[in-house]
Design a binder for this molecule. Structure first.
Ligand SMILES: Cc1ncc(COP(=O)(O)O)c(C=O)c1O
Length: 424
């Protein structure tokens, strides 16, 4: 259902026609043709309901935006309460919410001493790169082949050319890419260029969660220190307890120079992004605090929601639930793989960040379609569609986990091509 008091469209067909006509024709058509004719209507907990009523368990969560579920009641109450007294505030002035959220974020990351805000992951990434350039006086940024850091100017240039070239926004003279887990290439580039920063998704999400091999990320950080470059940890998808740790980078035993968070930080109800910086990187905030401005960044409403997100996310009960769900998915998926290993050829898992790898270059697409029909929404990886992104919610109950696993096995069995495992 659309909300009758908000919109004038009669039904789903009417919405689709209007989206095709006025909004984004290609995207609107793409999903119809991909077998996912979804227009999200009602949403609650981890359940989405298509306007036609088809219910879906959300295992996409927009990359962690809905870690705590859709319209989490505690977050909604926080926002509604804040709206009785606040609005977004004025970005030129100090505000208690901005200070309190910064204080809380800094408690989570030893070595960090400043926080700056954005309205989104991309904006926070742009500011991370700007801050690194300020701190080093260098311009070059190194990232990973098939990286994804968003779509604003610097963020898009750091990512895959798929998104930058069309807009003439790639900057090959300033942004260099090296393959993940190839430490020799990384060392060569860092030693032969004046690099401001290496930017790494702790686990590359849009590339289908290939895991950094043990020791790789710490060695990248060591090379950064050797060559005077800074290390930016993009935790927009991997942060906020998705791996069972607040920040995925914690597992790797070092502190980055900049850590970027967004998506789940706004609880799916208020957009916000943030970057945590060491004193050196944040020095521009001492010198010229007006050097970067954004009207909506660090809005007082967003800060109120984000504080609550952090509180819920770090609760003992949440941690215990996450640990239990990690074990359940590990075990359940391993069993499914035993039965369908010719099709589900790999499971990439770090906590509740999971990529299901199929034995076909586009294999995640039919699985996505079959899952959709069975009431589960999970998306293929844009930059490697052999992998299905599988991102279960942090607060899922045991019954919901079992339900997701059962439907997933059904969908995998149904999507299996005849002669799966053979090159197609
Ligand atoms: C790892 C990563 N970094 C940055 C971004 C950009 O965030 P946003 O879409 O909020 O601009 C994304 C978005 O998916 C992401 O996955």
């Amino acid at each position: 259902m659309t909300h009758p008091s908000l919109y004038h469209y009669a039904d789903k067909a009417d919405v689709l026609a209007a989206c095709e006509r006025y909004w984004n024709p290609h995207k609107t058509r793409f999903w119809q043709q991909a077998g996912v004719p979804l227009v999200i209507g009602e949403r609650e907990d981890y359940i989405l309901r298509d306007m036609d009523g088809h219910a879906l368990i959300d295992v996409h969560l927009n990359g962690g935006t809905y870690n705590l579920g859709h319209r989490n009641p505690e977050l909604v109450a926080t926002l509604v309460d804040a709206l009785q007294r606040l609005d977004i505030g004025n970005h030129h002035f100090p505000a208690p919410g901005r200070a309190a959220l910064a204080e809380r974020l800094l408690e989570t990351a030893p070595g960090m001493s400043r926080v700056a805000y954005g309205t989104s992951g991309s904006e926070a990434i742009d500011l991370a790169i700007k801050s690194a350039r300020f701190a080093t006086g260098r311009r070059i940024v190194v990232s990973i082949v098939k990286a994804y850091h968003g779509h604003t100017g610097l963020a898009v240039a750091a990512g895959d050319a798929r998104f930058s070239r069309m807009f003439l926004s790639d900057r090959p003279d300033e942004f260099i890419q090296v393959p993940l887990n190839d430490i020799e290439s990384m060392a060569r580039v860092l030693r032969s260029h004046d690099v401001a920063a290496v930017i790494m998704e702790t686990i590359p999400a849009t590339y289908g969660f290939p895991m950094p091999v043990p020791g790789y990320l710490p060695e990248v950080k060591r090379l950064c220190e050797e060559t005077g470059a800074l290390y930016i940890a993009d935790e927009v998808q991997t942060g906020l307890m998705r791996t069972g740790r607040l920040w995925a980078i914690e597992k790797h035993g070092f502190s980055p120079d900049i850590l970027v968070t967004s998506k789940g930080l706004g609880g799916g109800i208020y957009p916000i992004g943030a970057l945590l910086m060491t004193a050196r990187v944040g020095a521009w905030l001492e010198r010229d605090g007006f050097a970067h401005m954004s009207t909506f960044a660090g809005s007082e409403l967003g800060c109120a929601v984000a504080l609550k997100v952090l509180e819920i996310t770090r609760r003992d009960s949440t941690r215990e639930n996450i640990a239990r769900n990690i074990r359940a998915f590990e075990q359940g998926l391993a069993e499914i793989r035993q039965r369908h290993g010719d099709w589900l050829k790999g499971i990439r898992q770090d906590g509740l960040i999971i990529g299901l790898e199929f034995a076909d270059a586009e294999g995640a697409k039919p699985v996505m379609r079959e899952l959709y029909q069975r009431g589960v929404w999970a998306i293929f990886s844009t930059l490697d569609p052999s992998v299905l992104q599988f991102k279960p919610g942090l607060l899922l109950g045991a019954g919901q986990v079992a339900d997701i696993l059962a439907r997933t096995e059904d969908a995998i069995a149904a999507s299996k091509p005849a002669g799966a495992g053979c090159a197609r």
